[in-house]
Design a protein around this ligand. Structure first.
Ligand SMILES: [Fe+2]
Length: 434
């Protein structure tokens, strides 16, 4: 089945690249950070984190490990959830202001993504927006290496420690966009599931659905052979489509999400579940970092752009805010109902990995089976009921679609050719599920 999916196409790509950092996973690995930094020849370290983590146990143990290794560090913690280009400019100024020779990021996706982008702007000064693809920016390629970077995630969702992308809100457009370069891939990822022990259950739910959707989108993305042949091997886009590597990591991440998401949500003391979710997030990062996501992520940007008076429990954010994982998953059931006809076996396999009962199922039912399983999981961990659950109505569909259609590469990674009307139909089907 896999061979069929990756069948050669005329003028299609014939190869794929796997790009991942040196990953160390396990309880307590944050204590290794000092020796790891030394091995990367770091002496003066810029330590990126956020205001909530700055005085907490993880940053404290990182600082101690660095001190024990005889290294010095200075902290930049002025990073908010959903960081924007202005935040990146400030972080880049901080980096330029010192004689730093290495970066360590300790936090969720917002912290790691800010660190990546700040390194770009500190090394090669330009407004960060210039590095985004047109029409958002100038599409300037990052010219060369950045600082050595050790990424230490504190949530089980983002996968950013394993990817060469940064997602930022462009303040002027009030929308998130993605930019990518192999130079932004961290050198080392230290993934310590201890960091998830104290996560609030709503954060586990949201980040867990982010990982689940990363894996689902990888597994159902357009095959890499369907993208055009690679002309410049050094500029091979990371959104290269599903491939045998991303399949491997995504399938395992789906099994983990199917087995442990609800358990990790319900019981903070269930270390097995929370550790597995952290591993699943890392695997999903290694997968989507080498395949790209597709429609649920593309459509999530309209949701975060246009949301209004939403407040979300367990997040220390005062402004209206929909957590990333929720913005992604509210359209996912409708999306997979739509995409299934282009790759029915893949959707059925994905449902099976998520522990759906697929006995006797036929290919034609795969979209419904997969979306039913996602909805079942959403309900078990109190995810809002579709777009209406996060404050949207039918009247918002046009604006949501106009906002999301700008995510061209992700939309192009859908297994099914997707236009504006299709996107409107998906949003419409995503208004509510139960
Ligand atoms: Fe995501």
């Amino acid at each position: 089945m896999a061979c069929q999916y990756f069948a050669p196409c005329e003028h299609g790509a014939e190869s794929f690249t796997i790009d991942i950092p040196k990953v160390t996973f396990g309880r307590g690995v944050l204590h290794e950070v000092g020796e790891r930094a030394k091995a990367l020849s770091m002496n003066d370290i810029a330590l990126f984190t956020d205001p909530y983590l700055e005085n907490g146990p993880y940053v404290t143990s990182v600082k101690k490990s660095l001190k024990d290794a005889g290294l010095s560090c200075e902290i930049f913690s002025d990073i908010r959830i959903e960081p924007d280009d202005v935040c990146v400019d400030d972080a880049a100024k901080f980096l330029r202001s010192g004689s730093f020779d290495g970066v360590i990021s300790v936090g969720g996706g917002s912290v790691i993504d800010t660190a990546k982008a700040a390194m770009v702007c500190a090394k090669y000064p330009r407004p960060v927006r210039d590095y985004f693809a047109p029409p958002v920016g100038e599409g300037i390629a990052i010219p060369g290496p950045l600082y050595p970077h050790i990424a230490c995630p504190t949530t089980a969702g983002t996968g950013s420690e394993c990817t060469s992308i940064s997602v930022l809100r462009i303040r002027e457009l009030d929308t998130k966009f993605v930019f990518a370069s192999p130079y932004m891939l961290p050198d080392v990822a230290l993934v310590d599931p201890t960091c998830c022990d104290t996560l609030a259950s709503n954060v586990v739910a949201s980040t867990g659905f982010d990982l689940l959707s990363h894996a689902l989108e990888c597994y159902t993305a357009k095959a890499y052979t369907q993208w055009g042949a690679i002309e410049n091997p050094n500029a091979r886009p990371l959104t290269q489509g599903a491939n045998p590597w991303s399949d491997l990591a995504a399938a395992k991440a789906l099994e983990i999400a199917g087995e442990y998401l609800v358990r990790g949500f319900k019981d903070a003391s269930d270390h097995e579940a929370r550790d597995q979710l952290m591993w699943g997030a890392t695997l999903a990062g290694m997968a989507f970092g080498n395949s790209g996501t597709h429609l649920p992520h593309a459509l999530s940007y309209g949701v975060t752009h246009l949301m209004k008076d939403i407040t979300t429990d367990d997040y220390a954010v005062k402004t209206p805010f929909v957590p990333h994982g929720i913005s992604v998953i509210v359209t996912a059931p409708a999306t997979f109902r739509y995409t299934a006809e282009a790759a029915p076996e893949r959707h059925l396999e994905a449902a099976m990995y998520l522990k759906s009962n697929t006995n006797g199922a036929e290919s034609k039912d795969s979209g419904e089976i997969l979306s039913t399983r996602i909805i079942e999981l959403m309900r078990e961990v109190n995810i809002p009921n579709g777009l209406q659950g996060v404050g949207f109505s039918e009247q918002d569909i046009k604006n949501l679609s106009e906002s999301s259609i700008r995510q061209t590469r992700a939309i192009g990674n859908s297994p099914r050719e997707t236009n504006m009307v299709d996107i409107e139909n998906i949003y419409s089907d995503a208004l509510s599920y139960w």
